[in-house]
Design a protein around this ligand. Structure first.
Ligand SMILES: Cc1cc2nc3c(=O)[nH]c(=O)nc-3n(C[C@H](O)[C@H](O)[C@H](O)COP(=O)(O)OP(=O)(O)OC[C@H]3O[C@@H](n4cnc5c(N)ncnc54)[C@H](O)[C@@H]3O)c2cc1C
Length: 394
């Protein structure tokens, strides 16, 4: 059941990073669940990137899948500390194949000292992927009820704008929209991420900048940015910073915030001044879902037969694929290596009541901005950034 059309949500409008990234760092996963469980989840995430490539090929979904890896640029001494920590963490656990690149082997961004390269990332066209999956689902015999708004659900039945439906299992996959259902305001926090895209840019220009076909890029700042060279040679570029809305409200009008879109344009130009002469053709945004402990989870209550998956934060392309596989296994009572992963049946605490939630979410945004300013000034990882890391599982 989908209120609008399949892909209306974050899945149809994201940055197209099909990555092995996960909201919690490997170190935190190891601390909470043990080293072996942490490594198993990292491996499952890395495999998900390839499985999406394989599955879309098998299903004939042309979603511009290109596995060209991701470059996290190092643009200050403070970011260099984080890069070294990322390489050290990968070395310690021995699963992620991160490498440190010098400036001439990474995208040629301004004041870049190089990058950390992670091969476990493909780029995709999100809307082509999700629409392709919807078509494949129907071809396999599934029925998709679009323009069907769910008002509420309880064990065995769902109340919708098209009437009541019954079913043995119910999967709540509302993610950034979960808070819009009765009684669920504190389960998931809708965090807005906004995007811009350039007109097509000549290949020589992008090649000259060291942005390889299909590559994705970011840097180590606190207020996340993310970019992708699309199949048709545009740069799709996004970032956080849009405001949280009181009461976990989600509205279509929140998808476009002129000040944040202008900020993204400035940041893209700051990274690659050569791109300033190319037009920004589209601006949009959307809500992603954040659980109180920033941990993604997949769960099935064997008594009520209600399942839930989400809390992917900004890493939902790969993680929702893994979650989908786990949901199928749980519902069909299949014991698989994936059903013993540490995100299975994990319970996150609830978010605070308002106005505390509002103060925390808005405060975190201001803190991330401040930490970036301090770090570029002092060259050291800031105290605020450590607190943000501690609060967000990094
Ligand atoms: C701008 C942006 C950029 C992002 N970039 C990346 C990225 O590059 N890589 C990455 O891995 N992740 C990224 N993410 C996160 C990722 O897109 C999400 O984690 C993922 O798509 C979540 O998928 P989902 O199916 O769980 O939720 P969604 O795709 O949000 O689907 C939820 C659906 O529920 C529907 N719905 C809402 N209310 C109701 C209701 N009452 N009844 C019925 N249906 C309802 C919505 O219309 C929506 O289609 C980004 C997110 C955003 C917003």
């Amino acid at each position: 059941m989908e209120k609008e059309i399949a892909g209306f949500g974050a899945s149809g409008r994201n940055g197209g990073w099909c990555s092995a990234l996960f909201p919690w760092s490997t170190t935190l996963l190891a601390k909470e669940f043990g080293i072996e469980k942490a490594k198993a989840l990292r491996m499952a995430m890395i495999e998900s990137v390839d499985q999406i490539g394989k599955l879309t090929k098998e299903l004939g979904i042309d979603c511009d899948y290109q596995k060209a890896g991701t470059y996290t640029l190092i643009r200050s001494a403070a970011q260099n500390q984080k890069a070294i920590a990322a390489i050290e963490e990968a070395r310690q656990f021995g699963v992620d194949g991160l490498t440190l690149l010098d400036a001439k082997n990474s995208p040629l961004a301004t004041i870049s000292q190089g990058a950390v390269f992670d091969p476990a990332c493909a780029s995709i066209h999100p809307a082509k992927l999700v629409r392709g999956l919807a078509v494949a689902f129907e071809k396999l015999g599934g029925t998709l009820f679009e323009t069907t708004q769910v008002f509420d659900f309880k064990p065995g039945s769902v109340r919708t704008s098209q009437g009541d439906f019954t079913g043995e299992f119910i999967v709540d996959a509302l993610e950034g929209y979960r808070s819009t259902l009765p009684g669920k305001k504190r389960e998931s926090l809708p965090l807005y991420s906004l995007m811009i895209v350039t007109e097509p840019i000549p290949s020589e220009v992008l090649d000259g900048l060291g942005i390889k076909p299909g590559a994705t890029f970011a840097d180590f700042r606190n207020l996340i940015i993310y970019g992708q060279r699309t199949k048709d040679n545009r740069i799709a570029f996004g970032g956080r910073g849009a405001p949280y809305h009181f009461g976990s409200r989600v509205r279509n009008s929140y998808d476009r915030v002129p000040a944040i879109h202008a900020h993204l344009e400035r940041e893209l130009k700051d990274l690659f001044p050569e791109l300033a002469r190319y037009r920004i053709t589209d601006r949009w945004g959307g809500a992603l879902g954040v659980s109180r402990d920033w941990m993604a989870s997949v769960k099935l209550d064997p008594v009520t037969k209600i399942a839930q998956a989400g809390g992917y934060v900004g890493d939902g392309v790969g993680t929702s694929h893994l979650a989908g596989k786990i949901l199928a296994d749980l519902i069909l009572s299949r014991d698989t290596p994936e059903t013993s992963l540490c995100l299975v049946n994990h319970s996150s605490p609830k978010w605070e009541v308002e106005p505390l939630r509002f103060i925390a979410a808005r405060g975190a945004m201001v803190a991330a901005r401040l930490a970036d300013k301090l770090e570029s000034f002092t060259g050291r990882k800031s105290f605020i950034s450590r607190i943000i890391g501690w609060l967000t599982g990094k």
